[in-house]
Design a binder for this molecule. Structure first.
Ligand code: SAM
Length: 392
């Protein structure tokens, strides 16, 4: 926790110190993350990997993007990932209300200069403020790993624009002591165009951190290249010459609860059935009471004489009750709620899809009538519970 605060402070301090004249709002690193989030919102990739993910902040932001089903991070520094990786774990709320989509988050320890099969199959690869940290030998291997081997549909690469440095007080050489180089716009664009051409990608240039008015020629403080693969990957090209040997070490893996998993779907359906059946049961009992009052000879007990008769909660049940009489559904303390009525509720319907699936999911989980056509509720103990609650 302390380390993470310190890292964020370092990040802010670094940029605040550097941007003494120019204050970026929101801070530059947040603008970079937002840029990626917007890209995800636009292209809806299912599988995203962040290379050089550091303290996992971008990954944490991306886990809320509902299109993403596989999220991965890679960094050469295991300790920086480990300090904050707990943020990527599911929270109690994720178990209480599982999401429709599935989500797996994995962190790998290794270098972008090495190929590992766990990097295959991604739609979007993000490299935010990574390349300037690479040694010459690593930078040389980087395009073959990312564009040749991984070959995702989209790659986004951000790096400092050295032309902006003159506007940053205190910057004499590089913005950060670990930077191995900082490129001007022409250098970055020439590298990006050459790389894109070699691997059949197109590239669009943009950035975040606007220069001051009148100084537009210096360009964005952070320059960004967004690469798009020109041709769809065939299964042949995806498989050819891909090594199978794993070189990275997996340091974290979280599988989020999802309604795609039968176990969580069943829990959700059963809770919804019990909730829905309770509502219906109350409306049936209220209906029964109002009918008894209507036919009561004693005017003192006929409280609801001038009240409109109570309707059942669902139209479907209202029809059944009108046809068969409410007594068909309430017998002493036992209340019968037809499965067809529960299934007609939008939430239950949406969760199960078909009536057959609905019946399969609740089998053995709720008490059914002897012919299996209705959920059966015994209200006897509920009243006791209320009495106990009233006394306490
Ligand atoms: N992408 C993050 C962000 O924007 O906040 C972190 C950027 S940080 C400036 C650069 C990260 O790249 C560091 O965490 C560093 O450990 C990682 N890195 C440096 N060389 C690497 C390599 N060869 N392979 C993978 N990660 C590397």
């Amino acid at each position: 926790m302390e380390q993470s605060k310190k890292q964020n402070m370092d990040k802010n301090f670094q940029e605040e110190r550097l941007t003494g004249i120019i204050k970026f709002t929101p801070p530059l690193y947040k603008q970079r993350y937002q840029f990626v989030k917007d890209l995800v919102g636009k292209y809806k990739p299912k599988k995203v990997v962040d290379l050089g993910c550091a303290d996992c902040t971008l990954l944490w932001m991306l886990k809320f993007c509902s299109c993403i089903e596989v999220l991965a991070g890679l960094d050469i520094c295991a300790s920086v990932m480990k300090e904050n990786m707990h943020r990527l774990s599911p929270l109690p709320g994720d178990y209480l209300q599982p999401n429709e989509r599935s989500l797996t988050v994995t962190l790998h320890h290794g270098s972008v200069a090495h190929k590992d099969p766990c990097l295959l199959g991604f739609d979007l690869v993000t490299c935010i403020e990574l390349i300037e940290h690479l040694e010459q030998s690593e930078l040389k291997k980087f395009p073959e790993v990312v564009f040749g081997f991984m070959a995702p549909s989209i790659v986004v690469i951000s790096t400092p624009n050295s032309e902006f440095n003159s506007l940053l007080p205190g910057v004499t050489s590089f913005r950060h002591p670990d930077h191995k180089f900082e490129w001007n716009q022409a250098q970055f664009q020439s590298w990006a165009l050459e790389t894109a051409g070699r691997y059949d990608y197109s590239v669009e240039f943009t950035g975040v951190g606007h220069p001051p008015t009148g100084m537009e020629n210096v360009g964005f403080c952070t320059q960004i290249g967004v690469f798009f693969r020109k041709y769809p990957q065939t299964s042949d090209s995806a498989q050819s010459e891909k090594p199978t040997e794993a070189v990275y070490k997996t340091v974290f893996r979280a599988v989020y609860p999802s309604l795609k998993d039968e176990k969580y779907l069943q829990n959700a359906v059963v809770s919804e059935v019990i909730f829905t059946a309770q509502i219906i049961k109350r409306s049936l009992l209220a209906r029964l009471m109002s009918e008894h009052e209507e036919y009561n000879d004693d005017p003192a007990e006929r409280k609801s004489e001038f009240q409109p008769s109570i309707k059942c909660f669902s139209e479907d049940l209202e029809k059944l009750v009108a046809e068969k009489g409410v007594e068909q559904f309430v017998n002493g303390n036992i209340v019968y709620i037809p499965l067809t009525t529960i299934f007609s509720f939008p939430k239950v319907n949406q969760l199960c899809g078909t009536f057959e699936k609905f019946c399969k999911l609740i089998a053995g989980k709720v008490t059914l009538s002897s012919d299996g056509s209705a959920v059966l509720f015994n209200t006897e103990h509920e009243n006791e519970e209320h009495e106990i609650a009233d006394l306490s």
